[in-house]
Design a protein around this ligand. Structure first.
Ligand SMILES: CC(C)(COP(=O)(O)OP(=O)(O)OC[C@H]1O[C@@H](n2cnc3c(N)ncnc32)[C@H](O)[C@@H]1OP(=O)(O)O)[C@@H](O)C(=O)NCCC(=O)NCCS
Length: 167
């Protein structure tokens, strides 16, 4: 992993991040998007991040190519939810189980700890041992599970929500 750099997301990362995301959209229930996203749609997502504040995004990069990300976004629209964020983390296929997820998530969570935030939450479509593993490893615990909350590939999926405090 010494050849991998963790840094803030940049505009030029977008095509690589889109390709990774669309792999999971098309082939897995990990995300509940069902159609591949376009560059323009993902640009809107990218534009929500800043180098400080509640919504930040870090990438893992090898030879300048992004191979994964960990980001925070709005948990819910209504104002009193603003002290909570929803976090998400994705690695390119083939980059899993090498400790990269932990490194990325640690970087994101320590940056967010400086902000006016109280809780982080992550939703995990079950089963997903890697995602449950990385959430538990980073201090998240199970809040509860929405049973059969989404339908993809012709079947219903449970989503487990994990949460952790910032302080
Ligand atoms: C989920 C994901 C980001 C985890 O990252 P990763 O690099 O594979 O995980 P790491 O190697 O950093 O492991 C982090 C911790 O989780 C645990 N873990 C990882 N994979 C595991 C598995 N299959 N079973 C049990 N525990 C696991 C590790 O033991 C580790 O704990 P430790 O550091 O205390 O030893 C990555 O697997 C991934 O991108 N998966 C596909 C996309 C996805 O599912 N994203 C999450 C959407 S909710």
């Amino acid at each position: 992993m010494t050849d991998v750099v963790i840094r803030r997301v940049e505009r030029s990362d977008l095509p690589a991040l889109l390709a990774i995301y669309n792999h999971y959209v098309v082939h897995t229930p990990v995300t509940f998007d069902v159609e591949p996203r376009t560059l323009a749609q993902r640009q809107v997502w990218l534009d929500t991040f800043a180098s400080s504040g509640r919504y930040q995004c870090f990438v893992a990069a090898r030879d300048s190519q992004a191979i994964g990300w960990a980001c925070s976004g709005k948990f819910k629209e209504k104002a009193a939810y603003e002290t909570s964020v929803e976090t998400s983390i994705y690695l390119a296929p083939g980059e899993q189980s090498k400790g990269l997820g932990r490194k990325l998530y640690e970087t994101l969570l320590s940056a967010l700890a400086k902000e006016d935030l109280h809780r982080a939450f992550g939703g995990v479509t079950l089963p997903n041992e890697g995602s449950v593993g990385v959430h538990r490893a980073l201090g998240f615990s199970l809040v509860g599970t929405y049973p059969e909350v989404g339908r993809k590939f012709g079947r219903f999926w449970d989503v487990a929500w994990f949460g952790r405090p910032f302080r």
